[in-house]
Design a binder for this molecule. Structure first.
Ligand code: SF4
Ligand code: SF4
Length: 251
């Protein structure tokens, strides 16, 4: 039986998620034994850019017509498309200019050459094509990538957390930076999976993994307000990685 064919791609991003895959040193031999990696430009220049893929992993956001065309082509040739990393899932840092006039920003940086750039307002992958699975993170956690590959190969839906970083932080019995120090910690609203790496090091969560679907927004908002933290400050911190609506209005 032939091995499942996979492709690993990068649009506009920093290649950090692809590097996480390349850094799976202890698992790489098992990985290449289990799958046929057909197209992975960051790893090799010998790629098959046309054949049908069972699974495509795509890092980065859509920022140009070239990104958009590349993504649509990947979608057409793939049975399953996985968004890899916060930029692909939410727009991430490339989307920091959401709501601003892009041409004006380009003119500030590139002057009269601004209009020559192939650029468009940032989109996450799901805003352009159908996405079958999101693996968030900035960068992704290698365990989540490997377990997702194993699940997909076995025909199982990958089980990734939908709860907030606070859960992992509590399991580690960390002191709470929000409750004890009144710091703007995005943990209550951020999707878990990082094992609360930052709060464990006494650094407030910056929300780099994007919003948790299962977060108790109402309770988090009440807590921020109780600590005198403005929701504008929370939203401003969050928007580095993902657009989130944080409001004290009743749902
Ligand atoms: S430190 Fe942050 S992540 Fe940890 S429990 Fe407090 S609010 Fe949640
Ligand atoms: S604690 Fe927050 S900022 Fe740190 S890795 Fe986890 S999600 Fe990212």
């Amino acid at each position: 039986m032939s091995k499942p064919k996979i492709g690993i791609f990068g649009l506009t991003g920093c290649a950090g998620d692809q590097l996480v895959i390349l850094n799976c040193e202890d698992q790489l031999l098992d990985l290449v034994a289990a799958v046929d990696i057909r197209d992975f430009l960051t790893a090799t220049s010998a790629n098959d850019t046309e054949s049908r893929l069972d699974v495509a992993f795509v890092e980065g956001a859509v920022l140009s017509k070239r990104d958009e065309e590349t993504l649509k082509k990947i979608r057409e040739r793939s049975d399953v498309l996985v968004a890899l990393g916060t930029c692909a899932v939410w727009g991430g840092i490339p989307a920091l200019d959401r709501g601003r006039d892009r041409l004006e920003l380009l003119q500030t940086v590139y002057g009269n050459k601004a209009e020559q750039y192939d650029t468009m307002p940032t989109k996450a992958l799901h805003e352009v094509v159908k996405v079958d699975l999101n693996i968030s993170g900035c960068p992704i956690e290698k365990e989540q990538f490997l377990s997702s590959v194993a699940d997909l190969l076995n025909g199982n839906p990958p089980l990734l957390p939908d709860y907030a970083v606070c859960a992992e932080c509590k399991w580690k019995e960390n002191n709470c930076l929000l409750i004890e120090k009144g710091e703007v910690c995005c943990g209550p609203l951020t999707i878990a999976g990082c094992k609360a790496r930052c709060p464990e090091l006494n650094v407030a969560c910056a929300g780099c993994r994007g919003p948790a679907t299962d977060a108790n927004v109402k309770s988090a908002v009440a807590l921020f307000q109780e600590k005198g933290i403005s929701l504008t400050d929370v939203a401003a911190k969050f928007r580095t990685f993902a657009p989130v609506q944080i409001t004290d209005k009743p749902e």
